[in-house]
Ligand binder design. Structure first.
Ligand code: SF4
Length: 311
């Protein structure tokens, strides 16, 4: 397979990333930047952006979209935080370093939310020099074989990359609790590993809930609240900063249930709620008979159209 084919299969062509939308928070001046395409194939993936959907955008085009939409929505209030997510944001190193560097010119707190596979010492250093303030690793499983089954890849280098990142940047680690698959014993071993690194007690470890409505494959059921609470109590034995939550929620306590403002590459804005997101996932799955091949064959424009028309 040529380099170009490999690149576009993962969701980028050099100098461009596919962007389905960016998202503005209603809670505080914050933007999520979704770079679609991913090297992993997580069976329980929640993200529409696992596949390279959206429009190819250069860093300049993306920065202009962030500036214009945030000024339209927040007025004179400056953005406080940018979370670069996906899909997988680290696929194109030059692109990501440039993006972080240009965002840093007007946003203080810059987060990269990653599966961690590519984020080695050299890459992390470049990002920190460009202005990165927080690395958020999604650690899918502790057991290497389980991790391979779930994602298609070993977790060895991810564990190494997490260890390496400690003390260099604010470090957050997320794991999705999946009943019968990634449950208490997996979570306990991850917590032990993190506690072994975390000399100052400043890693945030977040346990997210598996959600059958959002998952690509029906591999499990939704966890019961008591299971999550128990997992949390196990983590709390090892770590100070255990956080139960949802990956899309950055605050630990949300006083008011709100939605998000989705901004499409052409600049149009649409308010969406978590229910809209669920419906979009369902719609996408119904249009496709099997999990992998069919999403690739679905035209990007059709996907975006479906997302825009979901009310
Ligand atoms: S969960 Fe994240 S790392 Fe896994 S396939 Fe989905 S986007 Fe990629």
């Amino acid at each position: 397979m040529s380099t170009l084919e490999t690149e576009s299969r993962h969701g980028y062509e050099h100098g461009y990333r596919y962007v389905p939308f960016i998202t503005l928070s209603e809670l505080k001046p914050r933007v999520w930047i979704t770079l679609s395409g991913c090297n992993f194939r997580c069976k329980g993936c929640f993200s529409l952006a696992r596949e390279p959907i959206g429009e190819p955008m250069s860093v300049e085009q993306l920065i202009n979209l962030v500036k214009k939409s945030s000024s339209d929505y927040y007025g004179d209030t400056p953005l406080e935080e940018a979370v670069i997510t996906g899909g997988e944001p680290t696929l194109d190193r030059d692109y990501l370093v440039d993006l972080v560097s240009q965002l840093k010119e007007f946003i203080e707190w810059i987060v990269v939310d990653t599966n961690g596979y590519f984020l080695d010492d050299g890459y992390l250093k470049e990002l920190i020099e460009a202005g990165l303030t927080e690395a958020m690793f999604d650690l899918k499983a502790w057991d290497e074989k389980l991790h391979e089954w779930y994602t298609g890849y070993s977790n060895k280098r991810i564990l190494e990359h997490i260890r390496n990142a400690y003390g260099k940047v604010k470090l957050v680690v997320n794991t999705v609790y999946i009943p019968g698959i990634v449950d208490e014993s997996e979570i306990e071993q991850i917590a032990r590993f993190l506690a072994g690194i975390d000399r100052r007690g400043d890693i945030d470890y977040r346990i997210n809930r598996f959600n059958t409505n959002l998952s690509y494959e029906k591999i499990s059921r939704n966890p019961y609240p008591a299971e999550i609470e128990h997992a949390y109590s196990i983590v709390a034995k090892y770590m100070k900063n255990a956080v139960m939550g949802k990956s899309c929620v950055r605050e630990r306590k949300i006083e008011e249930k709100r939605g998000w403002i989705t901004v499409f590459p052409d600049g149009t804005l649409k308010r969406r709620t978590l229910d809209d997101y669920r419906k979009e996932n369902e719609r996408m799955k119904m249009k496709n008979a099997t999990v992998d091949g069919e999403i690739k064959s679905m035209k990007k424009e059709k996907l975006i159209k479906a997302m825009r028309s979901s009310d």
